[in-house]
Design a protein around this ligand. Structure first.
Ligand code: XMP
Length: 304
């Protein structure tokens, strides 16, 4: 604990020294950017403008959660749902999807940075982000992608030497809500990588609702390393005596140490049954729910 307190004290002092003017940070809803935001706010107060871009690819209730958590800051919420949907129109290839989301994010963020005339950019990069990005396994849009047009005096990365569990410790020490400090990882491209093939508004609504049900049923009770729902495509079903062509939802729940490898959790049958029954009854356009048994490798944790 002493170490955490020391880190908070040292990094706050360092931010104060590094930043002389206005700074912005992009909030993602995750623990990394949240911790950086609180550290920076403690250091420079209202000179910090946290930006939350509504991409339409986030989990249910995210905007409300962010507004509540950062209510005492100069938070700016920007609705860009249509920009992201347009960028994703017709895109089926997983890597292209990531690129489309990443590029749109960068462009939007650059526009906002210009408007705000901020001189400093704060990023929530952590140590494993740097390593994975160097390894080039997947294109992570939150590393090294910001910004290439806007000239910042400096880019500040307060937690770039920390591992995830250390960031969580700092979050707790900073009194961030437990729901946030213990939050599961969520991919940068959001729900876009939990939809096979093209992303549409309808598919997003379905997968967002299914994700919320899975999280409600599993997170608190089973503490999975990560759990979510993905939308696979369509299949034939029977609902209310009528044959329908409904969405197929896959449920994933994995245990893992660091996300590099993972195993499917052995959940009780009645729990899986309950998830199936809730998804099929609460989301009208779904007609099939499956549980993914595949470890990583050979599968990845996310579907794309
Ligand atoms: P995979 O699917 O490769 O994911 O087994 C490993 C972990 O990384 C998360 N993930 C991402 N995180 N940007 C991120 O910030 C991304 O593009 C991205 N893709 C996957 C994933 O949720 C899992 O925790």
């Amino acid at each position: 604990m002493v170490k955490v307190d020391k880190f908070i004290q040292k990094s706050t002092e360092k931010i104060k020294e590094q930043i002389d003017g206005k700074a912005i940070i992009a909030l993602s809803g995750g623990v990394d950017s949240s911790v950086c935001t609180v550290l920076a706010h403690n250091a420079i107060g209202d000179n910090l403008v946290p930006i939350y871009i509504e991409t339409g690819l986030m989990r249910k209730g995210e905007t409300e959660r962010i507004k509540e958590t950062f209510a005492d800051m100069n938070l700016r919420v920007v609705n860009m749902k249509n920009r992201f949907l347009n960028a994703l129109e017709g895109v089926e290839d997983p890597e292209e999807k990531r690129r489309a989301v990443g590029e749109t994010f960068i462009r939007v963020f650059e526009e906002i940075a210009k408007e705000e005339q901020a001189e400093y950019l704060i990023q929530g990069t952590i140590y494993p982000d740097r390593i994975e990005s160097d390894g080039g396994i997947k294109s992570h849009h939150n590393v090294g992608g910001l910004p290439d047009v806007v000239d910042f005096k400096d880019i500040v990365e307060p937690i770039s030497d920390l591992y995830k569990d250390e960031v969580r410790e700092v979050a707790k020490a900073l009194d961030l809500p437990e729901e946030l400090s213990e939050r599961m990882p969520f991919p940068g491209p959001g729900l876009a990588v939990r939809i096979i093939d093209e992303v549409t508004e309808e598919k997003l609504e379905v997968v967002r609702e299914a994700n919320a049900i899975v999280e409600e049923e599993l997170v608190e009770k089973y503490h999975p390393w990560q759990t979510f729902a993905a939308l696979l495509g369509k299949g034939t079903g029977v609902k209310g005596d009528v044959r329908v062509h409904g969405w197929i939802i896959a449920v994933r729940a994995v245990s893992s140490r660091d996300g590099m490898t993972a195993e499917a959790m052995q959940l009780p049958w009645d729990v899986l049954n309950r998830i199936e029954s809730r998804i099929n009854s609460e989301i009208k356009s779904v007609s099939r729910v499956v549980y993914d048994l595949t470890p990583k490798p050979p599968a990845t944790i996310e579907f794309e």
